[in-house]
Design a protein around this ligand. Structure first.
Ligand code: PGA
Length: 253
């Protein structure tokens, strides 16, 4: 099992630059005392990265972005490249969040290219996978997440795989208040770990596999107590410094 747990807050399309600066400052003050034990990052919208980054400067709280395009520059209106994210102070980037897959057409192939581009720029990608409710109900969960993770990591060498994080986020649990049980999460995390062992045997045990989907202060410790749950990707609850800190505390138990 991986060492330090990793708690990452995905702010989605919330917070202006000024609001993000204020929230980053609060998170810094609240989370810094746990930084020896838990790795913490926040992932604001693009327009707020700079403002949040200013507040995090010199701290051990990391900054990440929610998406990235795979070309480094060019005529790609509306897109942001991995080197630009590095320039904005990012250490992490999400790839293949289910909302990107669902609403913006991100395919497995797009997620693979984004993951590769992020690694090439020195970022740590957080590769998101997860099944929909119909997929779970038809018994296809492990097949779906297996396909997604294999596609995202295709062509990467073991050294590259060692630099990424995987996030298991059942689509039916995101923003719905429904959380996977810790047994359901552990089952999928163990299956993902087995695939990582196949692809990068030496690194697999140290790669963090995060759970995401309605993580809250009151369910975090139980989920994080599972042997293959190495952290959490937190949406809604990451927008309140107090709740986010409660989840970080859950990771220290
Ligand atoms: P949620 O979102 O915590 O609001 O369910 C999780 C995510 O989408 O990363």
């Amino acid at each position: 099992m991986a060492g330090k747990k990793f708690i990452c807050g995905n702010w989605k399309m919330y917070r202006t630059a000024a609001e993000a600066g204020a929230l980053a400052r609060e998170v810094r003050a609240a989370a810094e005392p746990y930084a020896d034990k838990v790795e913490v990052a926040i992932v604001p919208p693009f327009t707020a990265l700079w403002a949040a980054g200013v507040e995090l400067k010199g701290s051990r709280i990391g900054l990440g972005a929610q998406d990235v395009f795979w070309e480094t520059q060019g005529a790609f209106t509306g897109e942001v490249s991995a080197p630009m994210l590095v320039d904005a102070g990012c250490r992490y980037v999400l790839a293949g969040h289910s909302e990107r897959r669902q609403f913006f057409g991100d395919t497995d192939e797009a997620v693979r290219k984004k993951t590769r581009a992020a690694l090439a720029a020195g970022l740590h990608p957080i590769v998101c996978v997860g099944e929909t409710l119909p997929e779970r109900e038809s018994g296809r969960t492990l097949e779906v997440v297996g396909r997604q993770v294999r596609a995202a990591l295709a062509g990467l060498d073991a050294g590259e795989i060692a630099r990424l994080t995987v996030a298991y986020e059942p689509v039916w649990a995101i923003g719905t208040g429904k959380t996977a049980t810790s047994e359901q999460a552990q089952e999928v995390h163990a299956a993902l770990r087995a695939i990582l062992r196949e692809l990068a045997p030496a690194a697999a045990d140290a790669i963090r596999i995060l759970y995401g989907g309605s993580v809250k202060p009151d369910n975090a410790a139980e989920l994080l107590s599972q042997p293959d749950v190495d952290g959490a990707l937190v949406g809604g609850a990451s927008l309140k410094a107090l709740d986010f800190t409660g989840i970080i505390q859950g990771a220290t138990r």
